[in-house]
Design a protein around this ligand. Structure first.
Ligand code: FPP
Length: 251
């Protein structure tokens, strides 16, 4: 009889959906889109969509962790999202702060390591404090690294990397791809293997544009508040059917 490597209910569900547990992507990035459309379709305020989005994120983080994903990076607030109505922006900031505080104990118990990505110095003090507390508390955890991209822009990240290279006094001939990688917000993170985008749009929206040069993109029409662990596992299964070539020829 075959010995099953299944260790938890997420892995059992994954296997039933055809996921190969021995080839789980190391790093998954997620563009959590469609909160507004979900709310509008139900006649709710947009912020309610974001609140349901928080619920969905909780399920996906647990599923990713149980599946054995090592890095999960989510786009919680882009550098361009400041253009939204002020009450939505402030509501989102407050929601993310509350979520960071509410979830910290459970994340820590589950050995999750919290990181952030983005121009965090520009977010409200309360949120910044919640994020720095979360990072400090979980710094030595060895489970999944959960990165919240907040006030994040891919172009801004490259600009910040270049500024930091110039400030370090490097000469042009010393600048390589590795140099730029080393000056990104989280230089130790591997590139995402898989990027999942919900709510149907076929674009990157300035998310991890340096890191996703060879990332596989999986787009689903499901809006983020309706996105369940099963959808996440289905995206992983789709990813596993792709052939990654990194510019080479694969027979
Ligand atoms: C995009 O939907 C979503 C966002 C701009 C915010 C993502 C935030 C959450 C999922 C809330 C919870 C986050 C944390 C970290 C607790 P949209 O508003 O652009 O949707 P639309 O395109 O349908 O209008």
């Amino acid at each position: 009889m075959a010995v099953s490597a299944v260790q938890n209910s997420t892995q059992a569900l994954a296997e039933s959906l055809g996921v190969d547990l021995s080839r789980v992507p190391e790093h998954v990035a997620v563009i959590m889109d469609g909160n507004g459309r979900w709310a509008k379709a139900k006649g709710f305020a947009r912020l309610l969509g974001h609140r349901e989005g928080y619920r969905a994120l909780r399920g996906v983080l647990l599923a990713a962790s149980e599946l054995g994903v090592r890095y999960l990076t989510v786009y919680a607030f882009s550098a361009e999202n400041w253009r939204r109505p002020k009450d939505e922006v402030m509501g989102l900031m407050k929601l993310i702060e509350t979520a960071a505080r509410e979830e910290l104990r459970v994340m820590h118990q589950n050995n999750v390591r919290v990181h952030v990505s983005g121009r965090i110095s520009e977010v409200p003090d309360g949120l910044r404090k919640a994020l720095t507390d979360g990072m400090a508390t979980t710094a030595t955890n060895t489970g999944i690294t959960f990165t919240l991209a907040i006030n994040y822009g891919g172009r801004a990240e490259i600009v910040d990397a270049v500024k930091s290279i110039v400030a370090a006094g490097l000469s042009p001939e010393d600048v390589t791809e590795e140099t730029i990688q080393a000056h990104l917000y989280n230089p130790g993170h591997p590139d995402p293997d898989l990027m999942v985008r919900t709510a149907g749009e076929m674009r990157w929206s300035n998310f991890l544009i340096w890191q996703s040069a060879y990332t596989e993109l999986v787009v689903t029409d499901v809006t983020w508040p309706d996105f369940k662990p099963q959808h996440f596992l289905e995206a992983v299964e789709t990813f596993q059917r792709r052939t990654r070539k990194f510019g080479a020829v694969v027979e």
